[in-house]
Design a protein around this ligand. Structure first.
Ligand code: NAP
Length: 368
């Protein structure tokens, strides 16, 4: 049983870690609080990969003698030479007395090794305070190690009869301004957006990110278009953006492929026929360290993610509108053979944006 003070310090560290939500990827969000004689003496958080870790920031943020201090850090301190030096060496050198951390680091280079090194040097180590929050705020980072693929969220704007577009393809706008603004903040926290060529042809989207708070710095997500035969119109708005990847098959016409490359797009040609493979794409994203990915697509692509069990989370902005049965549904999937074979999600959160409701759902078996 930890004291209220210890819990408060770790909660503060979790809060600090959140400041890196838009920038740390592929690194995790980490926050750190240092206390001595029952008082907080310093704080720090990790801002971006390659930059100082949260522990170093907290150490640099104080002139005080840290011997005998207690360190609260959300993730196990690292014990290896990566982009920066090991944090455990720093804590040992500073003669801290106790280290609380929320969760072990899933990275095998660190996992358990950081804690062991500290203990070998006589530092008391306590694991598990605010563990759930720490894993939740790093769900993409944990997914990469646990499932060898990014955390996938399907973001959908829907009517209450589950329609995402009119029969003629029109879908702008189903949800209201507040919902769309919330969706933009989820976009900004994503390393990549995936869409389908159907959406590109119908909507000609730009997938820009607009945040209400202009002071928030974020990394613009890379855009992946699933387009087996390279049907994306050459004058599509999206092609004017940076970091656009067209994912096609070996059957895509070479002339189109060269045209897109000349426009500055990256083309990922999968060595398969017919349709882009999501499994191969997941391998690619995993290897390239994309931790968190948002799918913003139509019926077909959404259905493929659900059908392959690749949707960790659904973010459904539901507007109180009825489109009728000729509208396009959220997912194109094969009809299950029995009612007990339906895909199951659990409701994590519901938020209200004006008249819209946003449901955050998790795949039942996929709790982080
Ligand atoms: N309300 C919303 O949240 C929302 C969001 C986005 C779009 N939309 C609407 O959705 C409609 C478009 O729906 P859609 O189903 O035509 O488009 P989509 O799902 O965006 O794209 C479908 C296309 O993606 C390609 N694709 C490549 N690999 C795939 C794979 N593994 N699985 C599935 N598809 C793959 C297929 O074309 P190839 O076989 O040629 O590769 C397929 O026809 C539009 O009306 C748009 O306005 C609504």
């Amino acid at each position: 049983m930890k004291s209220n003070f210890e819990l408060t310090c770790m909660q503060r560290a979790v809060q600090l870690a959140n400041k890196g939500a838009y920038t740390t990827s592929p690194n995790p969000n980490v926050g750190c609080v240092i206390t001595k004689d029952g008082r907080v003496i310093s704080e720090g958080w990790h801002y971006q990969a390659g930059g100082p870790h949260a522990e170093l920031m907290a150490i640099l943020n104080t002139q005080k003698d840290l011997s005998g201090s207690t360190v609260f850090v959300t993730l196990e301190p690292c014990a290896h030479y990566g982009r920066t030096d090991p944090c455990v060496d720093l804590l040992i050198k500073k003669k801290v007395q106790r280290v609380f951390f929320g969760s072990l680091d899933p990275n095998p280079l660190v996992n358990g090794k950081g804690a062991k090194r500290l203990q070998e040097h006589g530092i008391e180590v306590f694991e598990g305070l605010c563990k759930e929050q720490v894993i939740e705020q790093n769900k993409g980072y944990f997914n990469i190690y646990n499932k060898k693929r990014p955390w996938i969220t399907l973001k959908i704007a829907s009517t209450i009869d589950g329609r995402i577009a009119m029969a003629n393809g029109e879908s702008q706008w189903i949800s209201n301004d507040q919902s769309r603004s919330d969706a933009h903040s989820h976009r900004a926290m994503s390393d990549a957006l995936i869409t389908g060529v159907g959406t590109i042809i119908n909507d000609d989207p730009r997938f820009t990110v607009r945040l209400n708070d202009q002071n928030i710095k974020f990394k613009k997500p890379h855009i992946f278009i699933l387009d087996s035969q390279l049907r994306t119109p050459i004058n599509a708005q999206i092609l004017k953006q940076d970091h656009v990847f067209l994912v096609c098959t070996q059957e895509a016409p070479l002339s189109k492929l060269n045209q897109f490359k000349e426009l500055g797009c990256e083309v990922i040609q999968q060595p398969i026929a017919e349709r882009v493979s999501l499994i191969l794409l997941m391998e690619y994203l995993n290897n390239q360290e994309y931790n968190q990915v948002q799918v913003e697509a139509g019926t077909a692509v959404n259905g493929s993610f659900i059908g392959r069990g690749l949707a960790d989370e659904l973010l459904i902005y539901m507007a109180p509108k009825i489109m009728g049965s000729s509208g396009r549904s959220m997912f194109q999937i094969d009809e299950p053979t029995a009612i007990n074979k339906l895909s199951l999600f659990r409701l994590l959160k519901v938020k209200q944006f004006g008249d819209d409701a946003c449901m955050q759902l998790r795949l039942r078996s996929e709790d982080v």
